[in-house]
Design a binder for this molecule. Structure first.
Ligand code: PGA
Length: 250
């Protein structure tokens, strides 16, 4: 059985003090959840978040890292720094980072390798643009992103990898992929991983869907065989909506 993971991606929202308050309110709502609950918070909120989840099963994620260990990279944050404060996950290659910060499949791969080397679990985002879906090349795009992101990742390290299928046209737009579309592409990703690592690794891999997942549509998406959780943006900013999604995953 693979792990179901419901992860919030707060993006550039909430201050450190709001983070503490949010988590205090969220904990009783998700206590005892049978899926893994992860909160992806801004860098400056990480320390408060780690503190606030102590003694609970909730895990904390960053939203980016640099691909080098340390050095002259003004403004950047390393995997090692995040591990040192107790962060467990990191979102890598989100489409907003690809779009606004020139992230490529190659830098995504470097970041994935650096995260794993430091014991951080990467949540690797892949997904097609609307024009690519309309051209009928979703499979090619998502397969290539997956293969390049995983280049050089060992079979052993695959235990710590999560992939999130996030069609770019569904992010923040209110347009959700249908549950069949989500299941189909998550299945394509699983086959790519099976070709690279074998069926056991592919069967054990958590593949999330992300893109306008909310309290209303989560249950239907999460029922699908190949959808093992969600990466949730907008709906992760409200404790009630987010906890409904967590319980839908059960
Ligand atoms: P959304 O964002 O749920 O607001 O569409 C998802 C994401 O970007 O991870």
């Amino acid at each position: 059985m693979r792990k179901t993971i419901i992860a919030g991606n707060w993006k550039m929202n909430k201050t450190p003090s709001e983070t503490t308050d949010f988590i205090k309110a969220l904990i009783p709502l998700v206590d005892g959840a049978r899926c893994e609950v992860v909160l992806g918070v801004p860098f400056v909120c990480l320390q408060n978040a780690v503190e606030a989840v102590k003694g609970t099963a909730v895990k904390i994620s960053a939203q980016n890292i640099h691909f080098e260990e340390n050095g002259a990279y003004t403004g950047e944050i390393s995997a090692k720094m995040l591990c040192d404060i107790g962060v467990e996950y990191v979102i890598i290659g989100h489409s907003e980072r690809r779009q606004y910060f020139a992230e490529t499949d190659v830098t995504v791969n470097k970041k994935v390798l650096k995260a794993l080397e430091n014991g951080l679990k990467p949540i690797i985002c892949v997904g097609e643009h609307l024009s690519q879906r309309e051209q009928g090349i979703t499979e090619e795009i998502v397969s290539m992103q997956t293969k390049v992101a995983l280049c050089g990742v060992s079979v052993d390290d695959m235990k710590n990898v999560v992939i999130a299928y996030e069609p770019v046209w569904a992010i923040g737009t209110g347009k959700t992929a249908t549950s069949d579309q989500a299941d189909e592409v998550c299945g394509i990703i699983r086959r790519v991983v099976a070709d690279m690592y074998g069926n056991d690794v592919a069967d054990g891999l958590t593949i999330q869907y992300g893109g306008s997942m909310n309290a209303k549509n989560a249950a239907e998406l999460l029922l699908k065989d190949n959808v093992d959780g969600g990466l949730i943006g907008g709906a992760s900013l409200k404790t009630e909506d987010f906890s409904i999604i967590v319980h839908a995953a059960e």
